[in-house]
Design a protein around this ligand. Structure first.
Ligand SMILES: [Zn+2]
Length: 236
């Protein structure tokens, strides 16, 4: 973790982007300079899946959650990966991957949405990639997702859902259509289709994310968390 850190500058040069976010990175300079030049993404993913295996087995290490870790955390962040997850209370990424504080950069919204979330999720992921050196993004759906179930239930409904729930659910409806004709459980199929669509959206979101993917500096994958077992399956 003490290697020089050309990756962010290299990335910005490759991307042709001058990201003027120095104010956002205040307090992160020390760690930014300590970032590895490039992570072994296979090892990062293996670390997440190994952590999930510990969680499934009921044997978490609960890394980096002690007072001794807090001072280190305060100096800056260099997360291993970014997770786009559902807001569902049963799918907390740090716990299900058995990661410590500072290990994961997490964006959560109902339905693990990327499309239609505007600058909130997009800008967060761009910040993670361009400023924090994140090279792996996982979109993480889960079984029995209420937001996806609502999109299926209301796909043809004319009745308006209250508040902003309707517009939120509308963002998932294209996944309902994409999953039509697939064999098997409809809800599971739409959950997977929604993850696939979100992965594609992240990969195709310019200028920062798509260029990073094209330059081989960013890998975007999709997973589904099974509530009944705790296991994450990579599906995209
Ligand atoms: Zn959900």
């Amino acid at each position: 973790m003490n290697a020089p850190q050309p990756s962010r500058r290299d990335f910005i040069r490759i991307a042709g982007i001058a990201v003027g976010t120095s104010a956002l990175t205040a307090g992160t300079q020390a760690t930014a300079e300590d970032k590895p030049a490039s992570r072994d993404l296979d090892a990062v993913l293996k670390g997440l899946l190994d952590g999930n295996a510990r969680y499934v087995a009921g044997q978490p290490q609960q890394r980096a959650r002690t007072p001794a870790d807090f001072a280190t955390d305060a100096k800056g962040q260099a997360p291993l990966a970014a997770i786009v997850g559902c807001a569902d209370s049963r799918v907390p990424p740090e716990l299900i991957f058995d990661q410590g504080v500072g290990d994961l950069f997490v964006c959560r919204a109902a339905g693990n949405l990327v499309s239609g979330t505007g600058a909130i999720v997009k800008g967060s992921l761009e910040f993670a990639v361009a400023e924090l050196g994140v090279q792996l993004i996982m979109v993480l759906g889960h079984s029995q997702c209420g937001a996806v179930a609502a999109a299926i239930e209301h796909i043809d409904a004319k009745d308006a859902l209250p508040g902003a729930i309707g517009p939120l659910i509308d963002l998932i409806k294209p996944a309902v259509l994409a999953a039509q004709g697939r064999p098997g459980n409809k809800l599971d199929n739409v959950i997977r289709a929604n993850v696939e669509r979100c992965v594609a959206r992240v990969k195709g979101t310019g200028p920062i994310l798509s260029r990073a993917v094209d330059a081989g500096k960013l890998k975007v994958i999709g997973g589904v968390y099974e509530l009944s077992t705790g296991k994450v399956e990579i599906v995209a």
